[in-house]
Design a binder for this molecule. Structure first.
Ligand code: AHR
Length: 498
């Protein structure tokens, strides 16, 4: 058994937008309270932000963070989260059945983003609210001063406008679980009208319309067609959301699920391009895969949480080694479509289905999925290259012809580096890999990082935070323009070449 891969610097997919490595903080569970914010924690800064968490976020280099939801945003009044903290209301939060204390809101979140070297990606509420509140929020955030809402921001101590560039027009509006869920026609119209007035307030912003909540929604892809026919000219991106799980304890099938993500992306591109053709438009719609991850471990525990508490431990998936492999493959899927997928958000960032976990009052640690996400963000910037892969294959329950080798390469011309990201999906055998670098000529291996584990179910916890961690003993070797590597069974590999 052996796999080969050819990469050529002229066979490009497209430029990787750094926002492909975005993430997400929702007012949900302990993402905000006990996650990024915990006044009184030994590491808290003057604003109550946990600096231990900030360091872990900075370790990934997260360029953009979606906020404040998620399902939360569809019942949210953004005004509740600005101005003097002591005057902010405590609200029943219907999406997650908690009490929202509004100690953190827009301004504090923007401050946190600056500290994390990140940019906010703001979502507006199109569930219970509409264009009027959305345009007011843009005015509050981005207008310099001299108007009601911009002056209110100045009076709250933020003289400079926040300059928030990227805005999501609601969240998962196709889902019956969403507060104020809509039909595609209802949503397409409200998205168009909201986008129009938001852009009239600030013409520099970019707008993301809601696509389907998952590949399995009965209204997919008709939702995409109808929505885009109604708001094509007003928006720049269409969103995709997808989560996977291994509920059937079938790891071979679980690891193949990124093939579903590939076909989801291609179907959305086809639908967007159909609408482009129908409209005789020159404009291409890009994709924002603004929620993606593994999510299933915490489902049972969540069903037992009592409603109406502040920041309960919701959606606290403890990720194992096999989850990290699928996350690696999902990153490869995003890179393989880097010409059209310009933004993506690993959902989420801290405590809630997250790469970073904390204990209230205690430590912060990296879950297994932290590592592929960090590697891709740090080394996956530049131009994505077409991966000409030849690999032995297997059949799984839901997918046939699944290649054991899942791989892509990124060329960072500025640094003079090529990085190959590769997953060996084989659960019991190592996979020899030969990479033909053709036009790159002779190169050397800078490092071959590997995430592997004897136990597919091994996880990092507060007591054993380093149980699963990458090592640099992969052993790939270069000989001129050819690289030989051995990919351990069920492993994530990062081969950095110069
Ligand atoms: O990320 C968790 C939830 O998943 C989000 O709130 C929602 O948009 C999606 O269903």
């Amino acid at each position: 058994m052996k796999a080969t891969m050819i990469v050529d610097k002229d066979f490009t997919i497209g430029e990787v937008d750094k926002r492909l490595y975005g993430s997400f903080i929702e007012h949900l569970g302990r993402a905000v309270y006990g996650g990024i914010y915990e006044p009184g924690h030994p590491s808290a800064d003057e604003q109550g932000f946990r600096t231990d968490v900030l360091e872990l976020v900075k370790g990934i280099d997260v360029p953009i963070v979606r906020y404040p939801g998620g399902n939360f945003v569809s019942g949210y009044n953004w005004e509740d989260g600005v101005g003097p903290v002591e005057l902010r209301p405590k609200r029943l939060e219907l999406a997650w059945r908690t009490v929202e204390p509004n100690l953190i809101g827009l301004n504090e979140f923007v401050d946190w983003c600056r500290k994390a070297n990140s940019e906010p990606m703001m979502a507006v509420n199109l569930g219970t609210r509409g264009p009027e509140e959305a345009r007011q929020l843009v005015e509050y955030s981005n207008h310099p001063s001299g108007s009601q809402w911009s002056d209110l921001r100045v009076s709250h101590g933020y003289k400079q406008p926040h300059g928030i560039k990227t805005w999501c027009l609601g969240n998962e509006m196709d889902g019956p679980w969403q507060i104020g869920a809509k039909t595609a026609a209802e949503y397409g119209r409200i998205a168009a009208e909201s986008a129009k007035v938001m852009r009239w307030v600030d013409p520099s912003i970019e707008l993301v319309a809601c696509g389907s909540s998952s590949l399995n929604m009965p209204s997919f892809p008709e939702w995409e067609r109808t929505v885009l026919e109604l708001c094509y000219d007003q928006v720049d991106y269409l969103s995709l959301h997808q989560y996977y799980g291994n509920r059937d304890k079938d790891t071979a099938n679980f690891l193949a699920q990124s093939m579903g993500m590939d076909s989801f992306i291609h179907s959305v591109i086809a639908t967007a391009d159909y609408v482009q053709a129908k409209k005789r438009s020159k404009k291409k719609i890009h994709l924002s895969f603004d929620e993606w991850n593994v999510w299933y471990h915490s489902n049972d525990a969540d069903a037992r949480i009592e409603p109406w508490s502040v920041a309960p431990p919701q959606l606290e998936d403890v990720y194992n080694h096999e989850d990290a492999l699928l996350v690696g493959s999902m990153l490869i899927s995003l890179l393989k479509c880097a010409d059209r997928v310009k933004m993506a958000c690993l959902a989420q960032l801290v405590n809630v289905i997250a790469p970073i976990m904390t204990a209230n009052g205690g430590g912060a640690w990296k879950q297994t999925i932290y590592f592929p996400y960090m590697h891709a963000s740090l080394f996956g910037r530049g131009t994505a290259l077409v991966p000409l892969v030849s690999s032995p294959k297997y059949d799984a329950k839901d997918y046939t012809d699944v290649p054991y080798l899942d791989a892509v390469a990124v060329h960072n011309a500025e640094a003079g580096e090529v990085t190959v990201f590769a997953v060996n999906r084989h659960l019991s055998e190592a996979l020899p890999l030969e990479i033909d670098l053709r036009s790159f000529g002779a190169c050397r291996v800078l490092e071959h990082l590997v995430l592997e584990s004897d136990d597919l179910k091994a996880a990092n916890t507060q007591d054993a935070p380093d149980r699963v961690a990458p090592h640099a003993r992969g052993g790939a070797e270069a000989d001129g323009g050819a690289v030989q590597a051995r990919l351990g069974r069920a492993s994530w590999n990062v081969i950095r070449l110069k």
